[in-house]
Design a protein around this ligand. Structure first.
Ligand code: NAD
Ligand code: UDP
Length: 309
């Protein structure tokens, strides 16, 4: 049994990760400040004696012991990470430094949840890990994407300077049950709008692309990376099917049998035109393969929102 910290464990991805780690027989300590996460996401785990929940903000140091740390704490949706942009940067710089300090002292392995946003509005397509990205350091997304880039830098410097055992995963757009209804990301927005019969809001002309990964596939990739000795990454994990946002809207209207109409709203600034992971490295090093087709994953997510709305 390992003692594992999951920061951001009450969030969307974190709650699925806590569940998987408990099912595999570990002791899990969830640290969360409940900014975008909720107790509801982990309520079903609270009776498990191997699950500990600590309300904690990673911008403050904490002294606990652990064998492994998954650092997921950080708002992930543009509306949430822009709500208090300075706090988002602090979470990615001070928060990550605190977690690396903990890893160094406790001699724990640490995995950082990075993001495809480190590639910015990419000029190279699909994105491979050796592409350095095209990021605006003064734009409205920079608190998040530059924040995550510094987080990667800190991870590498603690590795080189203090020999901390680190792992960096670059997560591409992930969706599934327990996304918050008000999350603001495209999959949850479109499903909620379709189920409520509201207009589906496409930003821009809908020709921008994304690649959507079902949360179970992603979490499997995360634990595979943590368990792969001698491999640091960074490594892309996601699903390499690529869809325009208009195609996604049409698919969700069809799968929900909705009467909703598509409406077009202005494209937010610095919104990337295209994004698709090159998964060659994940396949080679982690034996990773996404298994859930987007239509199947969307159906599961639609069922979840039907039960919660
Ligand atoms: P989420 O917003 O549901 O979860 C983030 C969790 O972190 C929440 O529970 C929140 O309360 C907590 N948190 C935020 N700031 C904190 C702080 N300072 N201290 C303690 N807890 C804090 O988002 P998610 O989609 O589950 O994302 C999890 C991680 O994965 C994030 O680091 C995100 O950047 C990364 N990621 C997600 C996606 C995606 O598509 N979902 C893509 C790329 C990267
Ligand atoms: N988007 C949209 N309508 C919405 C929410 C998002 O058209 O109601 C677009 C958004 O502009 C972006 C894409 O969908 O081009 C994915 O947005 P999301 O916030 O989910 O992820 P990210 O932009 O961080 O990849």
């Amino acid at each position: 049994m390992k003692n594992i910290i999951v920061t951001g464990g009450a969030g969307f991805i974190g709650s699925h990760l806590c569940e998987k780690l408990l099912n595999e027989g570990n002791h899990v300590i969830c640290l969360d400040n409940f900014f975008t996460g909720s107790r509801k996401n982990i309520e079903h785990l609270l009776d498990n004696k191997e699950f500990e929940l600590i309300r904690h903000d990673i911008v403050e140091p904490i002294l606990i012991e652990a064998d492994e740390i998954y650092n997921l704490a950080c708002p992930a949706s543009p509306i949430h990470y822009q709500y208090n942009a300075i706090k988002t940067i602090k979470t990615n710089v001070l928060g990550v430094t605190n977690m690396l300090g903990l890893a160094k002292r406790a001699k724990a392995k640490i995995l950082q949840a990075s993001t495809s946003e480190v590639y910015g509005d990419p000029i190279v397509h699909p994105q491979r890990e050796d592409y350095w990205g095209n990021v605006n350091c003064i734009g409205i997304r920079s608190c998040y994407d530059e924040g995550k880039r510094v987080a990667e830098t800190l991870m590498m410097d603690y590795h080189r300077q203090h020999n901390v055992d680190i792992k960096i995963i670059r997560i591409f757009n992930t969706y599934g049950p327990r996304m918050a209804e008000n999350d603001g990301r495209v999959v949850s927005n479109f499903i909620v709008q379709a189920l409520k019969g509201q207009d589906i809001t496409i930003y821009g002309d809908g020709s921008q692309t994304r690649s959507f990964c079902y949360v179970d596939d992603l979490v499997r990739g995360m634990t595979a990376l943590m368990n792969k000795d001698g491999f640091v990454g960074p490594v892309n994990v996601g699903n390499d099917g690529e869809y325009t946002i208009k195609e996604l809207a049409e698919m969700i209207i069809e799968l929900t049998n909705s009467n909703s109409k598509i409406v077009y709203k202005p494209l937010p600034s610095d919104d990337p035109c295209k994004r698709r992971p090159d998964l060659t490295l994940a396949r080679k090093e982690l034996g990773y393969e996404p298994t859930v087709h987007v239509r199947d994953g969307l159906m599961k997510t639609i069922e979840y929102f039907k039960s919660t709305l």
